[in-house]
Design a protein around this ligand. Structure first.
Ligand SMILES: CC(C)(COP(=O)(O)OP(=O)(O)OC[C@H]1O[C@@H](n2cnc3c(N)ncnc32)[C@H](O)[C@@H]1OP(=O)(O)O)[C@@H](O)C(=O)NCCC(=O)NCCS
Length: 180
């Protein structure tokens, strides 16, 4: 089964194609994106986007991941990425996302994340979705709050980014909570 397309009020979430690679490199290459994500490479070199996009179909086929391009409905413009890393034995997934800097604070990530939660619970039949953010990245925490996730605690200096330890905040939502 291919990665599905999900339509929301302002967005279309769809599978990435290799044609998106240059745009991914342009947007994800901004330091502001790498700074608060755990694993985004920086500098974002030629070929990295193609390699990343090339993993998506197999990950979805194996039930290990579902990654979507976030695009604007009227224009088709690619503005970011959102996805689930799935751990089927525990019926759970980790939600992750980034949005191109020019598009921040318009509610786009929240809108995309709501749709992906719906997909996780209603289509993939998962039981739990969680997400984490660095303490110094409150905008991401706001997205998690706005989609109904609960703060489950902070793991102190759990992550090292740019050679500096980062406190990591965990948020989660269960299927029975989402269903209400
Ligand atoms: C985190 C990120 C995805 C948010 O995307 P976005 O589309 O701007 O998010 P939304 O517009 O849906 O919501 C952002 C919320 O954070 C709030 N916010 C923004 N900056 C903030 C700050 N410094 N402190 C507190 N809240 C802040 C906004 O006001 C908004 O909340 P509101 O609707 O209650 O006003 C985006 O900033 C990003 O891509 N950052 C870099 C990559 C990254 O950090 N990814 C997540 C890793 S955990």
């Amino acid at each position: 089964m291919p990665i599905p397309t999900i339509t929301t009020e302002r967005l279309i979430l769809r599978a990435f194609t290799l044609n998106d690679a240059r745009r991914v490199q342009e947007l994800a290459g901004a330091f502001e994106i790498a700074d608060t994500t755990g694993h985004m490479p920086h500098p974002y070199q030629d070929g990295m986007a193609e390699e990343w996009i090339g993993t998506h179909a197999d990950d979805f086929e194996r039930g290990e991941g579902a990654t979507f391009a976030i695009t604007l409905r009227p224009t088709g413009e690619l503005i970011g990425a959102i996805g689930l890393t799935i751990h089927a034995p525990n019926q759970r997934a980790e939600l992750g996302y980034w949005l191109g800097v020019p598009y921040w604070n318009c509610g786009y990530t929240t809108e995309a994340a709501r749709a992906v939660l719906q997909f996780a619970f209603a289509q993939l039949n998962l039981n739990r979705v969680y997400a984490t953010h660095f303490v110094r990245n409150p905008a991401s925490g706001r997205v998690m709050q706005k989609i109904g996730m609960q703060c489950e605690g902070t793991l102190r200096e759990h992550f090292v980014r740019w050679q500096k330890p980062e406190d990591l905040v965990y948020y989660g939502i269960l299927k029975k909570e989402w269903a209400k």
